[in-house]
Every structure is written in C-alpha cells, then in structure tokens.
Ligand binder design. Structure first.
Ligand SMILES: NC(=O)c1ccc[n+]([C@@H]2O[C@H](COP(=O)([O-])OP(=O)(O)OC[C@H]3O[C@@H](n4cnc5c(N)ncnc54)[C@H](OP(=O)(O)O)[C@@H]3O)[C@@H](O)[C@H]2O)c1
Length: 250
C-alpha cells in the first residue's frame, strides 16, 4: 500500500523547486495532486514531468478569486481534499536600510498573507483528519544579513502553523510547518551563476556538509502528510542539514 494512496493533495508553487519535488514524491506515493502557480509554462512542464494524476490550476496566492477557483477546481476534479501544502514564496535579499514599501508588500503579500488565505479558503473543503503543511524557512530561526523582511514573513508562517493547529484541532485537522535550509532550486542555481564560490561557502557552514535537494524537503512533507505523523501538530520541522543548530568549532 502506498503511503498516500487515494489522497488528494493541493500544492501551491508545485510548478518549481521544492513544491515540484513535493508534488513528485506525493504522486509516487499514490496521491492525486493539484499544482498551483502563476506561470502556465512551468505548470505544464511540471505536469508532464511528474506524470500520474495531476491537475494544474493557474493563479496567484494573493488573489482571493484565484484561491477560491483553486479549491473549486480541485473538488470538481478529484471530489475531496486531504492535504494542502502552502509552499508558494518569494525571497529578496535587501539590506534593511534599502527596503521600500514595495519590497515589503511584495514579500508579505505572497509569503504571509498568501499562506494565511491559502489555508483560510481551503477550510470549507477539507476532509476531517486533513494535514496542512506550511513551508517556512530556517531564516525564521537563524539571523541572516539582508533578510529582515523575508525572515520575518517566515517567522510569521511558523507561528501561523501553531495557531492554525490549535484552532483547527476542533476539526481534527493537523497543521505543521517545515523550515528548509539551503535547498538546490532554480533560485539557488541562479545565484551560483553569479557567484561560483557560493556553493562551497554555504556547504562549509552546514554540519552535514551539503546543501539540500528538493527531495529532502519532500520526504519530510510526505511524513507530515501521511498518517505516520497522526499525533504531530503545531511543530516546525527544520530540514537544514544542522545549519540552524549553529555548531561552533570547539
Ligand atoms: N530554496 C531554498 O533554499 C529555500 C529555503 C528555505 C525556504 N524556502 C521556501 O520554499 C518555498 C519554495 O521555494 P523554492 O526555492 O522552491 O523557489 P522557486 O523554485 O522559485 O518556487 C517558488 C514557487 O512559488 C510560486 N509562487 C511565487 N509567487 C506566487 C504567487 N504570487 N502565487 C502563486 N504562486 C507563487 C512560483 O510559481 P509562479 O512563479 O508560477 O507563480 C514557484 O512555483 C518558498 O516558500 C521559499 O521561501 C526555500
């Protein structure tokens, strides 16, 4: 028996990077998967790559009608929703002295408000015993230069998971967050093109001496989505090769 057999999972940002890795892993384990994002080309590419029973829905997490359409289409196609992964997010590294209201609103609207309403609009459609997973970041735990806006949106996401977990326990819905460390996704590869030493510098500071792959986050998401974690709610699972533990040379 596959671990997500007959489950229906909605994944925002399932057309790239970590979200696509989660969509693939869930499909391998028998889930029917709905992927949501703004870019129709990458949605189509992801659908072709993943195979299996995949529905793509184009939309923006900052737009109420798009989120309502996401859930309406998911229900009309697959009849129910068991898992929601609120993964869509953007990161701009900007020194606090240079942050504009535009930068601030952009990240807050997608990373915090977008995650909030991805969950809020799902609620009327979710099965009892559903699992909700919010993708935060180790930036919520460690303090990094030029991350004041991004990191605070991710700290909000960690806190949201705890508060949703408490409120939604009335409905037997579990809510947890995952905080990835450095994961090799298109953003990371873009950075490497500009700065070829970037990978070596990052890996030197990670106790397990490698950056993560989308698969590492997907495996953690699979555990939190499946019944194997049925007594776990309100936790933040750091998946960062030990980076946030801040080991110091003795
Ligand atoms: N990679 C890392 O090292 C790392 C570390 C910690 C946390 N994270 C978090 O992990 C999540 C995924 O990141 P990633 O590295 O996989 O980045 P990515 O490859 O750039 O993927 C981001 C995804 O979010 C979607 N998205 C962005 N804005 C959206 C919007 N307004 N509405 C709907 N979808 C939107 C994008 O799709 P469209 O562009 O088509 O909309 C894309 O699918 C993010 O929340 C990120 O903060 C990543």
């Amino acid at each position: 028996m596959k671990r997500l057999q007959d489950k229906v999972a909605v994944i925002t940002g399932g057309n790239s990077g970590i979200g696509k890795g989660i969509a693939k892993r869930f499909a391998e384990e028998g889930a029917k998967v709905v992927i949501f994002g703004r870019n129709p080309e990458t949605l189509l590419q992801a659908k072709n790559e993943i195979g299996g029973m995949i529905l793509t829905v184009q939309g923006d997490v900052t737009q109420t009608e798009d989120l309502q359409n996401l859930y309406a289409q998911s229900i009309s196609h697959f009849g129910k929703i068991d898992i929601v992964v609120a993964n869509s997010g953007v990161g701009e590294r900007i020194h606090a002295a240079n942050v504009t209201e535009k930068n601030f609103d952009y990240m807050v609207n997608i990373n915090y408000r977008g995650v909030y309403f991805t969950v809020r609009h799902a609620l009327e459609h979710l099965n009892p015993n559903a699992s909700i997973i919010l993708i935060a970041s180790c930036a919520a735990t460690v303090t990094l230069k030029r991350h004041s806006v991004y990191a605070s949106t991710k700290a909000a996401v960690v806190k949201l998971a705890q508060n949703f977990a408490y409120d939604l326990s009335d409905l037997s819905i579990r809510v947890n967050s995952i905080s990835p460390g450095y994961i090799r996704t298109p953003i990371f590869d873009e950075r490497l093109k500009q700065d070829p030493e970037y990978l070596a510098r990052r890996e030197a500071n990670i106790p397990l001496k490698r950056i993560g792959e989308p698969q590492d986050i997907a495996n953690a998401a699979l555990f939190l989505a499946s019944s194997e974690s049925s007594y776990i709610t309100g936790v933040d699972l750091l998946v960062d090769g030990g980076y946030s533990a801040s080991f110091l040379e003795g």
